[in-house]
Design a protein around this ligand. Structure first.
Ligand SMILES: CC(C)(COP(=O)(O)OP(=O)(O)OC[C@H]1O[C@@H](n2cnc3c(N)ncnc32)[C@H](O)[C@@H]1OP(=O)(O)O)[C@@H](O)C(=O)NCCC(=O)NCCS
Length: 208
């Protein structure tokens, strides 16, 4: 199995929606994804796509990891995310990995790709909101240095749950960017991922 990070396309929306509907309450709509891909000028949507039939990453550990994490038949998208980038602020708007493929590092790949995308866009800092009960996601964000800055009471209307406001300072933090870049390169290498997203040009309309 080989993995590619790339900008999300219109053709991905059905698969993204299948993951979305079992991952979020309430889910975003297909129309929201279409807007983020086609109309928003500050949205950088990412998809992590796998394709079978190509060589697995070298090394027995990588090979075992790849075998253990074979996606279900007819599944191409194993993770996706949304980044809004506005005047120095990178805002993670959404992130999910395929429910059958969690715990294999795919959420982390998507997340780290959005962080790298923000760095290449010259971000000062990043922010996100997360349910206070969502310890898995919080662990992922903390792994990359995000800290809880505050609480937004009853932020999620579906059940009135509070959100943690999390933030990562980038600008002015000594060695943050070179250290992250090294870690990101290692992550891509470990999973044998081709990254066509985080340093790419904003895709032209006809290729979306
Ligand atoms: C949150 C989510 C994207 C994480 O993706 P994933 O593919 O399951 O996670 P990964 O395998 O990449 O793990 C990355 C890190 O997440 C944390 N994590 C993953 N699974 C975990 C678990 N079962 N318990 C605790 N922490 C966990 C760990 O910090 C892990 O790093 P580690 O492997 O070094 O310990 C995924 O669980 C998901 O799609 N959840 C539903 C949607 C959602 O909640 N999105 C977040 C909205 S704010």
């Amino acid at each position: 199995m080989s993995l590619t990070l790339r900008y999300m396309r219109n053709a991905d929306i059905p698969e993204v929606m299948a993951i979305e509907q079992v991952s979020f309450n309430p889910p975003w709509t297909a129309r929201s994804y279409s807007y983020e891909i086609n109309e928003s000028t500050y949205s950088h949507m990412v998809a992590l796509e796998h394709s079978n039939g190509q060589s697995a990453p070298a090394g027995w550990k990588k090979l075992l990891g790849a075998i253990a994490a074979q996606p279900p038949a007819n599944t191409k998208i194993v993770g996706y995310g949304g980044l809004w980038f506005i005047s120095g602020e990178g805002h993670i708007s959404t992130i999910a990995s395929h429910p059958d493929m969690r715990g294999h590092g795919y959420g982390e790949l998507v997340f780290a790709a959005m962080l790298h995308r923000s760095i290449t866009l010259d971000a000062d800092y990043m922010i996100l909101e997360v349910r206070v009960s969502n310890v898995v996601a919080q662990n992922l964000y903390k792994k990359y240095g995000f800290r809880v800055e505050g609480v937004k009471p009853k932020y999620y209307q579906s059940n009135n749950e509070d959100a943690y406001d999390m933030r990562l300072q980038i600008r002015g933090v000594r060695d943050f960017v070179p250290r992250f870049n090294e870690r990101y390169a290692e992550l891509l290498d470990r999973h044998g991922v081709i990254d066509l997203y985080s340093t790419a040009e904003f895709p032209a309309k006809e290729s979306r």
